[in-house]
Write a protein that binds this ligand. Structure first.
Ligand SMILES: Cc1ncc(C[n+]2csc(CCOP(=O)(O)OP(=O)(O)O)c2C)c(N)n1
Ligand SMILES: [Mg+2]
Length: 550
């Protein structure tokens, strides 16, 4: 096709998005999103062609989480969107700024026609539309603004007839987001008073505090607080002597004990949900609970709180620190030499002794994870799928910072881990990305292995292979239910990976890891998949906790 003198709406939307700073986007191309995708590419953005829209959506989500940029997804009308729905749901629940460019067949008799807006709204995404050529600039600006300023997942429907129409001349920039409201002075004073009174304060930093590391450390030093994170912010306080690491099901015994014994818990941009607080079991009876969040509706939504503060984590922490300084408050709080020493000795899962599981021809998943932790470079990204296995990589693999840990678990879907790793690896090509998967999740999302190979990504896929939906086996097995529908014959996943062009090895014992070590040492010119046949007699210890939520 020759270039048109007047661009179509599809072309203008693509070009305008590049002008708004979109550098990288993901999708699967069909006729309906062909032109918008090409226009965005022609304007300089990099298009990552996934093999399934489910993978593309998750990649865009993971890319946004790791890069801090807006995630952008491009899909065909109808099935292109339905295929992407699980990833879109995960993004919407995680408040990932994500813009979905979806072609739309508006004619009700079209075989591609479905209620796309209703579908998006049903999963918590925002539905919007480029409803005419004349309104295209403002429609795009509005959708872009909602996605970025409100951190929402936005479906931007692009009706086929509107896409084909000539575009109006000017595509302007969206309105600048309003500056955040300052935290109320009474709330600052109340939180400062609570901290001044506390003997054993603990900070729990969530996704909304990932930008506030320095501010929270400064305030914790003044008030003697210990530092913990929710799972999605793992790595924020890495290497700090008073870092408890993750609060919740993945917490070490010493961290769980210290959190339970706190007299003040302050959640910073943290939902304080059942995972982070172990269904409330990590909150002592007399513990005062404070929650700081930008979103008023988040306050007390999951757990009772004694004080709710509407505000940005960093700005609030700084204002509270200034108030404590004004009061002359500077206390050791929870920070004793004894606590520091305990954390140095038992603060990592790797320091916690365990009884090796011996099962013929199978490796203990903890032993596997610890050995990998030793082999992997420090500059790494860990992406974790869902399942019984998920705690092993989440607890035994160190991560450099929160961008190094990508946990697409808000919808608790299995099968997202590999695409998560692809999106993260595109965002951070300087780091080796580890995709930690169960055999169930691996085989569900396996088509994106081709994407990883084609893109030459620096990815190590580790499959914790128990030849079962282990989560279900351990959930129902103890009650004597039949397990035939959740157990599978052995699959040679390493051979499958080799078929995709990866290096592939099967691991049954620590000694089998030698090829992994040599792959890691370079040149890593293709991804490697490790099919680890893991011991499976016992459920993971966090699983029983998770089942309480179902
Ligand atoms: C899309 C989806 N389907 C089904 C489930 C229910 N489910 C939760 S864990 C699990 C088993 C996962 O198996 P695998 O990936 O091998 O991990 P394992 O539990 O064996 O460690 C299933 C089927 C789910 N969470 N998401
Ligand atoms: Mg399994």
């Amino acid at each position: 096709m020759t270039a048109q003198a007047v661009p179509t709406v599809a072309q203008a939307v693509g070009t305008a998005l590049a002008g708004l700073g979109v550098t990288t986007f993901f999708g699967v191309v069909g006729s309906g999103n062909f032109h918008v995708t090409n226009a965005l590419t022609a304007a300089g953005a990099r298009f990552i062609a996934a093999r399934h829209e489910g993978g593309a959506a998750v990649m865009a989500d993971a890319y946004a989480r790791v890069s801090g940029e807006l995630g952008v997804l491009s899909v065909h009308q109808g099935p292109g969107l339905t295929n992407a729905m699980t990833g879109i749901t995960e993004a919407a629940k995680s408040r990932t700024p994500l813009l979905i460019l979806a072609a739309e067949a508006t004619a009700p008799r079209s075989n591609f026609h479905i209620g796309q807006s209703a579908l998006a709204e049903a999963v918590g995404a925002v539905a919007d539309r480029v409803s005419s050529a004349a309104t295209a600039p403002e429609d795009l600006a509005r959708a872009y603004h909602t996605a970025t300023a409100e951190r929402r997942t936005v479906l931007l429907n692009l009706p086929l007839d509107v896409q084909a129409a000539p575009a109006p001349a000017a595509f302007g920039l969206p309105a600048r987001p309003a500056a955040a409201q300052p935290t109320a002075p009474e709330a600052i004073a109340a939180l400062a008073a609570a901290l001044a009174k506390a003997k054993r304060p603990v900070f729990l930093a969530g996704r909304g505090a990932r930008h506030a590391k320095k501010d929270l450390i400064d305030l914790s030093e003044r008030s003697g607080a210990l530092l913990a994170t929710s799972a999605v912010s793992r790595g924020l306080f890495r290497a700090h002597p008073f870092n408890l690491d993750v609060s919740g099901g993945f917490a070490t015994p010493v961290a769980a004990e210290l959190i339970r014994d706190a007299d003040l818990l302050v959640g910073w941009g943290c939902a304080l949900n059942m995972w982070t607080l172990r269904h409330g079991a990590l909150v002592g009876e007399g513990t005062t609970v404070v929650q700081v969040d930008l979103d008023r509706d988040a306050l007390g939504a999951h757990h009772r709180i004694d004080l709710g503060v509407v505000g940005d984590a960093a700005a609030t922490a700084n204002a509270v620190a200034a108030e404590l300084e004004r009061r002359g408050h500077h206390a050791p709080g929870y920070r004793s030499a004894k606590v520091a020493e305990r954390l140095a000795r038992e603060g990592r899962w790797r320091d916690v002794p365990y009884q090796e599981e011996t099962e013929d021809g199978r490796i203990d998943p903890r032993t596997l994870s610890a050995a990998l932790d030793d082999l992997l470079p420090a500059e790494r990204t860990v992406a974790v799928d869902s399942g019984n296995f998920m705690g092993y990589p989440s607890m035994y693999l160190d991560v450099p910072d929160p961008d190094g840990f990508v946990f697409t678990q808000a919808f608790q879907s299995i099968g997202l881990g590999l695409a998560t790793a692809v999106g993260a690896a595109v965002a951070r090509p300087d780091r080796l990305t580890v995709a930690a998967l169960g055999d169930g999740g691996a085989l569900m999302g396996i088509s994106e292995l081709e994407t990883a190979v084609r893109l030459g990504l620096d990815v190590l896929v580790v499959v914790y292979d128990d030849e079962a939906y282990g989560a279900e086996v351990h959930h129902f097995g103890p009650d004597g239910h039949p397990l035939d529908n959740v157990t599978f014959p052995p699959a040679d996943i390493a051979a499958i990976a080799r078929g995709f062009g990866c290096a592939g090895v099967t691991i049954r014992a620590p000694a089998d890891l030698a090829p992994v070590a040599s792959w890691i040492s370079g040149p890593r010119d293709r991804p490697m998949l490790v099919d680890a046949k893991v011991a499976r007699a016992n459920p993971s210890w966090w699983l029983a906790e998770a089942f309480r939520g179902h």
